[in-house]
Design a protein around this ligand. Sequence first.
Ligand code: HEM
Length: 537
Amino acid sequence: ARRTTTSKDRTGEGGELHQAPTKGQVMTTAQGVPMGDDQNSLKVGERGPTLLEDFAMREKIFHFDHERIPERVVHARGYGAHGYLECLDPVTDLTRAAPFARKGKRTEAFVRFSTVAGNLGSFDLARDVRGFAVKLYTDEGNWDLVGNNIPVFFIQDAMKFPDLVHAVKEEQDRGWPQAQSAHDTFWDFISLMPESTHMTLWQMSDRAIPRSFRFMEGFGVHTFRFVNADGESTFVKFHWKPRQGLQSVVWNEAVKINGADPDFHRRDLYAAIEAGDFPQWDLGVQVFDEAFAEEFEFDVLDATKIIPEEQVPVRTIARLTLDRVASNVFAETEQVAFCTQNIVPGIDFSDDPLLQGRNFSYLDTQLKRLGGPNFTQIPINAPRCPVAHFQRDGHMQMSRQEGRANYEPNSLSGDERGPRADVDNGYTSVPREEGGQVRRVRSETFADHYSQARQFWISQTDVEQQHIVAAYAFELGKCELPAIRTRMLGNLRNVHEDLAQGVADELGMPLPEANPAAVEPRTDLPESPALSILLNG
Ligand code: HEM
């Protein structure tokens, strides 16, 4: 009943499925039959109809007809690379997670960068959030840190994610825009969702047109938990800091690059790695306890808020290096399946309602995208540590599941009783007290939607502020319905008068009344210098 496989076992009996054809090799059908002719179909006479009997032609065309799989419902356009995470500062007092066990320890990694809104064939320099998804193949299973290049998000509760994505994607009655947020439905939704204000300030800033994937930060966004070997837990936020520096392009450059080379970002990453100029990011953590969470001005479970680095410094604990391009984009970049629920001993979730929803969504969508429940066996998704369980069968089952018993407990296998849970060392969730009524209301601690947006605005240099104003004006200028522009200006007045006035001037519109705010925006918060990005350097 024991089943222990590694990714190597899954490449086929001898790994031959994944070997590149060698020179001089005889071409075969998928059944291994040597091909006698790959140029002509089987016909009656010299110019007669093609015969159904031609199994080689039918097999070839059948396979071609089924080459495509659904693109990701969001983040469809992406580019990946292999690398490793190296531990710089073992934090065993904070977490028992395997990658941080000792200084110098290396953990294999695969990273996929992406745009969010655009379809698979769209362009790289869209003004958009960038995905920064990292899969770490740890000794105790796969840990996916599925983040973005912006530390906050549009919404507070996963319940609104389908609405957000419907609003940003192409409009259903016309089929455009395919990669832009500059259109009515997006800004209609945003203008009616004040909680998105902070995120859209970041999105309208230079952060949303990075010079390349190599010059972006990454963020885990949510509050997670570290758990040490004694079961003690602390809160943690994850940051990726590019050792290349943080760089963006300006909008006019982005527009030009998109026209001249829509593949600019993927080409840049590929070229850098192939040239041996391996990009690196420091993995930093902001660690804090329940007491800090209690006294912090905002709710640490609210994904529309950051914890300023001035309040909780970022401590560097590891370094990510990307040193190998994917050898097959479909097999690796397309078939990779990141999921926020993939965590390992030493890591746990917080109760962030966005994170809780994500934990369901990724696995669910991948069942469809990758065609069944066995996609963990695809080499790019397979753990690099032993896997042993009684999950059985299903479409595309590739592993050899041997023995008679496929259940636990069993007594049929003698001493080899098959896999058992390890009560002492296996994964356990942090015990925590939860209580109260089951209800659907949003906590009041999530109600302040403007103060941190204001903090972001005032942290920006003059030039960066001009870019933000120009971006809002360009985007809102693309909206056909004036009411949307007015509502957005009313929103921006709650952030800062200079911002709202600047955008109104560019749009040639009078400044409307500020929209009613659930909580008065705070003006006493200090600016947060860590938020500013020095353009091109
Ligand atoms: C895909 C990040 C919120 C559902 C992705 C990807 C990233 C990402 C980086 C691309 C993964 C890849 O490269 O394969 C984020 C971040 C979020 C967020 C940082 C908020 C903090 C959500 C929410 C949901 C969601 C709230 C749903 C409730 C999805 C789905 C995919 C996806 C369905 C496609 C996955 C696939 O087909 O493999 N997200 N996301 N995301 N995200 Fe999110």
